[in-house]
Design a protein around this ligand. Sequence first.
Ligand code: GUN
Ligand code: ZN
Length: 441
Amino acid sequence: PFASETTLRASFFDFTGVAQQPDTIADQARYLEDGVLTLHDGKVVSLESWESAQSRINPATLIDLRGKLIVPGFIDTHIHYPQTEMIGAFGEQLLEWLNQYTFPVESQYHCPDHAAQMSAFFLHQLLANGTTTALVFGTVHPQSVEALFSAAEQLNMRLIAGKVMMDRNAPAYLTETPQASYLQTRALIERWHNRGRLSYALTPRFAPTSSPQLLEKVRQLRAEFPDTWLHTHLSENPQEIAWVKELFPEHDGYLDVYHQHQLTGKRSVFAHCLHLDDHEWQCLHDTDSSIAFCPTSNLFLGSGLFNIKRCWQQGVRMGIGTDVGAGTTFNILQTLGEAYKVGQLQHYKLSACEAFYHATLGGAHALDLDHAIGNFNPGKEADFVVLDPAVSALQQLRYANSKDIWEKLFVLMTLGDDRNIAQTWVNGQPVWQRESGVKAA
Ligand code: GUN
Ligand code: ZN
């Protein structure tokens, strides 16, 4: 055994491989009621049953977490860090909501001190909710992303982020020229992309705030840096979609605006996708693009219901996003509970098995990160959450009345919240504990 080896004893749940259809997810599920996870140098060495590992374990170095359930760190495939302070803004749907609440708040991020303060707050919220990887929107200001990457680097988090690119249909204080957008984005990529566990996402806000010239600059950056991500919004709200058709009459619908600029493909993540035409679903499939499903946002802004069944049928990769601040929680358990209700309204039964898959390995697959994170296979980066499965009187009663792991997980996504997150580990280190808050990095 190595000096830096860590072993944890608890219950464990994960998925050992990706699934192409919902009915094959359970075949990949692994539940060890009494298991041992061994870590070395920030990576998973092994996950075994206590019975088989017991004789080789040094009891002095064992962390005993019996009674807790450890799952891979949650993956949030779509979130806006500069909207944290306006979460839960009353009364509007997408386009009015952006003008009335979002743009004024994002203007604050020209200030590096504000960006640094909010970056720390934001990452704390992710960790307190068990989220260890996120795909994150900044603002148009490069300093917003500079602050976020700096803070994430201190924590050794695997994070993908980017500066928003936009040059029209927004207040002057948030727009830029295509050339300035290109140069600032390029400088950020050169500074941060593939630095430690950080990666860069080209982030045109959405088609309505992008001129064809700006989209041409995004295309150019993608050609120059083909291993960066592309992160934007698609087909969220009926007024938005009609507006895109007015702004881009020569294009065959909303997705075609991105597709014609070569912005579809692997590592392209489109948030929402609520009102897609048949040929748009087909295009997402053919280009191997991914979707971020953001149930709390879609319900809060009254945008529509994501079609989970169709997504599987079309063979399009999908992960869960909170979409804070249009989404109403950072918590992935609560987000899964709302995803279940979105399914119910369409007679789709989102099982706990499928839901936890989307929140972990499925999300990693949607971000093209399943080689690095998402489960406890040997060599994976050691990002995980220690769940306290029952923390309130109601949860304890319901937990005691649950017959198996599936029912326990389902109750967690129905009744659970941040109180259930006992610890969050990143890169083999405990970075958050419920009792003590964030540890110094
Ligand atoms: N579409 C363009 N910008 C945004 C945003 O900030 N939030 C959401 N939910 N949709 C958008
Ligand atoms: Zn969004």
